[in-house]
Design a protein around this ligand. Structure first.
Ligand SMILES: *[C@@H]1O[C@H](CO)[C@@H](O)[C@H](O)[C@H]1NC(C)=O
Ligand SMILES: *[C@@H]1O[C@H](CO)[C@@H](O)[C@H](O)[C@H]1NC(C)=O
Ligand SMILES: *[C@@H]1O[C@H](CO)[C@@H](O)[C@H](O)[C@H]1NC(C)=O
Ligand SMILES: *[C@@H]1O[C@H](CO)[C@@H](O)[C@H](O)[C@H]1NC(C)=O
Ligand SMILES: *[C@@H]1O[C@H](CO)[C@@H](O)[C@H](O)[C@H]1NC(C)=O
Length: 183
């Protein structure tokens, strides 16, 4: 492999890793359940914090269930027929949560929503990350400094970086790959 090709490969892999690391995926009902008749989805939803850019994954037997995204009235009435946003039925469905807001899902199989297969989730805007700040202190006659990240932009902010950052990183990676090919 030539040096150019190696560099190109590294660039593409890095861009891919950056892209996939920036949105979390949550399997509905996990770890104790899935999309089934036993799980308490009110309880499950209260235990996850969802941000725009994340995704929900519904895993179930396609012969027994499906997933219907509905409006609030469809959720409240447990009736998707006049309130359907989208229908999924593969048994392993990824639902992107692109924007902040409330989303409603029910099982469209007769009686299953009433039996508890209904999920309401609130999606938040990604926390805004602030740049690290240098902190300095006099200790033992010497000035000691470190770079610290403010509490509001700790681990979760790093994961949920602004989507535009991802796009810029990808664009930069594509441009770099192009330059490598041309040189
Ligand atoms: C589901 O969990 C919520 C919150 O923990 C609780 O209030 C509710 O009674 C539970 N529902 C059922 C059907 O057990
Ligand atoms: C979502 O937000 C609504 C309104 O603010 C609230 O009533 C509901 O309990 C929230 N649901 C979850 C799962 O946090
Ligand atoms: C669901 O709603 C539709 C129209 O809004 C209605 O015709 C149908 O009977 C309802 N189904 C159930 C099970 O309530
Ligand atoms: C379906 O929903 C629309 C808009 O919400 C409403 O105007 C219409 O009457 C509904 N139809 C039935 C059968 O419920
Ligand atoms: C370095 O950062 C830590 C944690 O953010 C902080 O507790 C500590 O005081 C900082 N040290 C200095 C010299 O500012």
């Amino acid at each position: 492999m030539t040096a150019h090709r190696a560099l190109l490969l590294v660039t593409v892999v890095t861009a891919t890793l950056l892209g996939t690391a920036l949105g979390a995926s949550y399997t509905v009902g996990a770890p104790d359940g899935s999309w089934d008749l036993k799980t308490n989805y009110t309880q499950w939803a209260s235990g996850v914090r969802l941000y725009a850019g994340d995704q929900l994954r519904f895993q179930y037997s396609a012969a027994e269930h499906n997933v219907v995204e509905v409006t609030k009235s469809g959720y409240d009435a447990c009736n998707g027929s006049n309130n359907t946003v989208a229908t999924y039925q593969t048994g392993n469905d990824a639902v992107p949560l692109a924007a902040a807001g409330t989303r409603y899902f029910i099982c469209g199989v007769s009686g299953h929503c009433a039996a508890g297969m209904k999920l309401q989730v609130n999606v938040s805007s990604p926390p805004v990350s602030s740049p690290p700040q240098q902190q300095c202190r006099w200790k033992g006659g010497k000035r000691r400094c470190n770079w610290s990240v403010s509490p509001s932009s700790s681990a979760s902010a790093a994961v949920h970086a602004d989507r535009s950052t991802v796009l810029w990183l990808r664009l930069a990676a594509v441009l770099a790959a192009g330059l490598v090919l041309l040189s």
